[in-house]
Design a protein around this ligand. Structure first.
Ligand SMILES: [Mg+2]
Length: 269
């Protein structure tokens, strides 16, 4: 199998690292693939930071990569809109600096919440400085016909203690207010993996998606006809696997990336 796979797409949280801790086998597997000249990409539903941040974070963990090989949902949203003839249109971004930087990088102009001028597109990401005024601006522009895009639809933002509302909570608020449905870019939709495949020039059968969340990472891979591997270092435990519905079931289950590397016959370390 390993010979026919050109693109290895890794989710980050629960696959490569957990918090600040790099997970077993992650550096070795990535290094081994890079030595073989394979395409290694990282796909994450994150909306908060620019891709540079993740490249730096990986570097600190001993994984060498460039921002161009990291597909965040924020970047994927800006990329998706830029590819669909929206460049130069006015965007209202409900989000933080990382999201803004991705849009600026692709040549978009954005409006702020105190501008009366309506936007053409409303993009909803995670915004820890959200205000009622921002919600009002987003809702009135959507109601007036702006395109309504959710960077992802995650209901919660997982943190160590308790929960924090995620992007999906704001998408839901705006859907309720406007009676419209958002187009969601992030996982389990397929956009991010499609971008990685396009950049790597890989077909679905040459792609392996590696994740820890069956109803997100694995579903995304399966929808596109890619190969899928689930690692048990994140949200899924071994006892959950037999209970997975057919559409969430991966081809390969591995305890961690070290185990997955051995299953694939990689020379590790
Ligand atoms: Mg994950």
């Amino acid at each position: 199998m390993i010979d026919s796979i050109r693109l290895f797409a890794f989710d980050l949280d629960g696959v490569i690292y957990l918090g600040d801790q790099v997970l077993p086998g992650a550096t070795e597997m990535v290094e081994s693939l890079q030595r073989m000249g394979k395409e290694v990409f990282f796909v994450t539903n994150s909306t908060l930071f620019h891709r540079r941040f993740y490249a730096q974070r990986l570097k600190k963990m001993g994984i060498k990569t460039e921002p161009e090989r990291i597909i965040t949902a924020a970047y994927a949203t800006a990329w998706h809109l830029s590819q669909n003839g929206h460049k130069g249109r006015k965007v209202f971004l409900f989000g933080e600096r990382g999201l803004r930087e991705e849009f600026e990088g692709l040549g978009f102009q954005y409006l702020s919440e105190d501008q009366d001028e309506p936007s053409d597109i409303v993009v909803v990401g995670l915004d820890r400085d959200m205000t009622y005024q921002k919600l009002c601006k987003a809702a009135s522009d959507i109601a007036a016909g702006a395109e309504f895009i959710g960077v992802n639809n995650d209901g919660v933002w997982p943190v160590e203690k308790g929960i924090r509302p995620g992007v999906g909570a704001f998408v839901a608020a705006l859907e309720t207010a406007t009676n419209r449905r958002a187009f969601i870019v992030g996982k389990p939709n397929t956009k991010m993996l499609q971008i990685a495949m396009e950049k790597a020039g890989a077909q679905p059968e040459e792609t392996l998606m590696i994740g820890d969340k069956p109803d997100s990472d694995i579903v995304m891979g399966k929808k596109l006809g890619a190969h899928t591997a689930l690692v048990l270092t994140g949200l899924t435990k071994a006892e959950d696997v037999p209970l997975l519905p057919e559409e969430d079931r991966p081809e390969i289950v591995a305890n961690d990336l070290g185990h997955l590397g051995r299953i694939l016959g990689l020379q590790m370390g």
